[in-house]
Design a protein around this ligand. Structure first.
Ligand code: ZN
Ligand code: ZN
Length: 356
């Protein structure tokens, strides 16, 4: 194997370079994967545009440790393994969860590794270089999962985003009588519509401003879809629920207007789940939460313990994946891929393939 590889390296906002990069050397407990595909996350696009959650306001408070290789929605084939690694063999196809936990902090010790205080998400640190490359190193602390035989490239790449959506729904604690609203029908939102409908609740409502996504929402199990560009969503939800409102509102769009829309649409004692990421601060009337409706506000971060359920759900055909990967590009065509992910009318999720 040649010891250099092609990689997409992030140096600064608007400065991504497709270039030669050393193939990672593996140490104790580590694996080397030949990357077979890597999805582009909204976070990767926001990083490219200098997103403040990633680049901070100064060198001191930035999350990203540039230059580093982006991408956390990857899977690949094990091509090298350290002698002390047991349970995995060269030639197996695996994915690793997007977060590398420290294994030592209070949250890690309590098994809540996704909230690790010293964690790294692949693609944002130099010791956690990501999957926009021909090879990726799997740290000893990584949480690894086998990709079953028969999974398509698209299905394997979708495991990470769907796992994040599944965690948000687990946080929502859906009951069979609930009216569940999913606001924002990107790949994760559509998967949440799908998974929410598997709980067999009273109703699943999907919200998006794009007609093609609303049509997909119906295919993925929404009973009703609403377009906030064409109607007052909160009013429509009131009409559908005898003036009471929805029980669960999962915010997955990252659009500030979706927050007040959710608070207006929720029933007394409703549950609001935040999983989308906002590019700017949100304003809302917080009286609705306390003095008004006694709402429960719930956060959702990464994917917790949901990867195995997602893999099983895809394998059993319960979790749908058709159409969620709308575009596929070679890694060298990353610029077009990023632009497609950001701007194309029909983009859902875009994936990069470093080598065939
Ligand atoms: Zn992601
Ligand atoms: Zn930790």
């Amino acid at each position: 194997m040649s010891r250099t590889m092609k990689a997409l390296v992030s140096y600064a906002p608007y400065d991504n370079r497709y270039e030669d990069f050393p193939v990672p050397e593996i140490g104790k407990g580590e694996l080397l994967l030949k990357v077979k595909g890597c999805g582009i996350c909204a976070g990767d696009v926001k990083s490219y545009h200098g997103g403040i959650r990633i680049w901070g306001t100064s060198e001191e408070n930035r999350y990203i440790e540039a230059p580093c290789i982006g991408g956390h929605e990857f899977y690949g084939e094990i091509v090298e393994k350290a002698e002390d690694v047991t349970g995995y063999e060269v030639g197996e196809v695996i994915t690793a969860e997007q977060v590398i936990p420290c294994g030592e902090c209070k949250f890690c010790r309590e098994g809540k590794y996704w909230m690790c205080t010293r964690s790294a998400v692949f693609g944002f640190k130099q010791y956690a270089n990501g999957g926009f490359a021909e090879y990726v190193k799997i740290d000893k602390n990584c949480i690894k999962h086998r990709i079953p035989e028969g999974f398509t490239q698209e299905q394997a790449v979708l495991v990470e985003p769907i796992a994040c959506g599944m965690h948000a729904l687990e946080r929502a604690d859906i009951k069979h009588s609930d009216v569940v609203v999913i606001a924002g029908l990107g790949a994760i939102g559509l998967s949440m519509v799908n998974i929410a409908s598997l709980y067999l609740p009273g109703m699943v409502i999907g919200i998006d401003v794009k007609e093609n996504r609303l049509a997909m929402g119906k295919e993925f199990g929404a009973d009703v879809v609403l377009n906030p560009a064409e109607c007052n969503v909160a009013e429509e939800i009131m009409k559908l629920t005898d003036g009471l409102g929805c029980d669960v509102y999962v915010e997955a769009s990252g659009s500030p207007g979706s927050v007040t829309q959710g608070m207006d649409a929720l029933k007394n004692l409703g549950r609001y789940v935040q999983m989308g990421v906002f590019a700017k601060e949100v304003q809302a009337d917080w009286n609705v939460i306390g003095d008004g409706k006694e709402l429960t506000i719930i956060g959702s971060h990464l994917s917790a313990l949901t990867y195995p359920a997602v893999i099983k759900g895809i394998q059993k055909g319960l979790i749908r994946t058709e159409g969620l990967i709308s575009h596929r590009f070679k890694l060298e065509d990353w610029e077009e891929a990023f632009e497609t992910a950001e701007k194309a009318e029909d983009a859902v999720k875009v994936m990069l393939v470093p080598q065939e």
